[in-house]
Design a protein around this ligand. Structure first.
Ligand SMILES: Cc1cc2nc3c(=O)[nH]c(=O)nc-3n(C[C@H](O)[C@H](O)[C@H](O)COP(=O)(O)OP(=O)(O)OC[C@H]3O[C@@H](n4cnc5c(N)ncnc54)[C@H](O)[C@@H]3O)c2cc1C
Length: 454
């Protein structure tokens, strides 16, 4: 039953907007969701590839065990069961060598202290000491951390080259989607501090998992069921242009076609690249726009590679050390989702911080990826590419390079009935799905705390 006469409007149908709409609906509110595209999901969705009659994801997404708000969202929409946490991953070197990287228990400690096959005993001792220093400095951060790149921080704490190559550079790239030479050390430190705190809270160390299904099934279809149940109105191809504010309260959202959707409370859940113009009537809009601009973007290139034979992977996800300049990951969709191989074997390759690759043609990217795979997997030598589906995302996430600390805006604005959400707003996490979900939880809490309408 709806007791609150307010009309809640959520702008943006990515994870932050979906979670906001789901949780407002669960709280019994009247919700309208505006999405400028013809589909929901934002940066997490499937794509149709006609040539192989398949619907792969736009890019492989991994999920950390500390994604509490994302798990809350999955529980709300009934898809929590579609996330698995493997016991190990594999690190591979171009000469055919590989190491199993335990992700749980004592094995994980061994990984932390030296997963490199060439690591000497001295290297391992140094890695152990540097890792302890790193953990300490995450929780008790040196004042100048925001002025250091992650590489400078690693050098300062004495992280040996073998430990960096096998684990830390790869992990840091995964956390901030920027190479360690550019990434702000504070981003890694903050995320690790969150991971350590959550590990203590849940009494188990943070680990990495993955979806066992496609992204639409994981994030969207369950939300649509909730929307149907609670009468949430979803408007596709509704491009919000400006949020109207009168006397310190929102009154409506103007769309690109000139119509106005009446609103008494608004969650603005668009990425930093799309916020321009929407907040013009908010007193502090110039500061938010300036922050959105400075946060900028980092590119990710994902390739869905359909091969005529298996590569010989031994884990669901494998890291290729020393790949194309940045470290690449290979995801085996057969092992992850149990998909059949009657038509092809599907491998998803991800290059984060793909500043060079993003400018290449699809053919060049597929050729480069195949060349790379041949250096790591003997079975790739004779493999034929049935289809190479390249997804280039120049604005994959906001950028977390040095100099961006403190820019992310809070969900609260000076207008109580207008809140911000989205991975780029201030949260405990870097640019992740958890940041999107956490921002939604904070935004919704702020709106639910509004005084009731007399
Ligand atoms: C290739 C790739 C790999 C990634 N890998 C991982 C990973 O492994 N783990 C992880 O945690 N995260 C990962 N991420 C990041 C994660 O996908 C994002 O952080 C998250 O999906 C962002 O959600 P969001 O709701 O904040 O923004 P978005 O998903 O961008 O949603 C914003 C929505 O707003 C809509 N919109 C914009 N402007 C308007 C407007 N004016 N009117 C109406 N609608 C509008 C957009 O169309 C979009 O649907 C990855 C991202 C990419 C691209």
């Amino acid at each position: 039953m709806v007791n609150d006469p307010r009309r809640y409007v959520v702008i943006g149908g990515g994870l932050a907007g979906l979670a906001s709409a789901v949780w407002l609906a669960e709280a019994g509110k009247q919700v309208t969701l505006l999405e400028r595209r013809g589909r929901l999901g934002g940066r997490t969705h499937t794509m149709k590839v006609d040539a192989v009659d398949d619907v792969p994801d736009n890019g492989q997404h991994v999920i950390a065990s500390g994604y509490d708000h994302l798990f809350r969202y999955l529980t709300s929409i009934g898809t929590r069961e579609f996330v698995a946490f493997p016991h190990h991953a594999t690190l591979r070197w171009p000469d055919g060598r590989s190491t199993t990287m335990a992700t749980k228990g004592l094995g994980a400690l061994r990984t932390l202290f030296g997963a490199h096959p060439d690591a000497s005993l001295l290297d391992r001792l140094r890695a152990a000491r540097a890792t302890l220093r790193l953990g300490w400095q995450c929780l008790h951060q040196p004042a100048d951390l925001a002025d250091l790149t992650t590489e400078q921080w690693f050098q300062r704490i004495g992280m040996p080259a073998t430990a960096r190559e096998a684990l830390w550079d790869w992990l840091a790239l995964g956390v901030a989607a920027e190479p360690v030479q550019q990434e702000s050390a504070k981003v890694l430190a903050d995320v690790m501090a969150t991971g350590i705190r959550l590990g203590i809270k849940h009494r188990q160390p943070a680990t990495i998992g993955y979806p066992t299904t496609d992204l639409d099934t994981l994030f969207i279809t369950g939300a649509e069921r909730v929307f149907e149940r609670h009468g949430v109105q979803v408007r596709h191809r509704a491009v919000a242009r400006r949020i109207h504010i009168v006397d310190g309260a929102v009154t409506g959202v103007e769309l690109a076609d000139g119509t106005v959707v009446p609103a008494d409370a608004v969650v603005c859940a668009v990425p930093n690249s799309n916020v321009g113009g929407l907040l013009d009537e908010l007193p502090e809009h110039a500061d938010i726009y300036a922050a959105a601009d400075k946060l900028g973007y980092t590119p990710i290139v994902s390739t869905n590679l359909y091969l005529d034979r298996p590569l010989g992977t031994t884990s669901q996800f494998e890291a290729l050390i020393g790949g194309t300049g940045v470290i690449d990951e290979v995801f085996d969709r057969q092992l992850m989702t149990g998909r059949g191989t009657d038509r092809a074997w599907l491998y998803c390759l991800t290059t984060s911080g793909a500043y060079e690759q993003i400018h290449k043609t699809n053919e060049a990217i597929v050729a480069e990826q195949m060349e790379l795979l041949r250096r790591y997997y003997p079975a790739a030598a004779d493999a034929k590419v049935i289809q190479g589906h390249v997804v280039r995302m120049p604005k994959a996430t906001f950028s977390q390079v040095i100099g961006t600390h403190g820019l992310r805006p809070d969900q609260r604005t000076s207008v109580p009935s207008l809140v911000l959400a989205g991975d780029w707003t201030a949260t405990d996490w870097s640019a992740t799905m958890e940041s999107a979900a956490q921002s939604a939880a904070r935004a919704v809490d702020l709106l639910l705390a509004l005084p009731s309408v007399p």
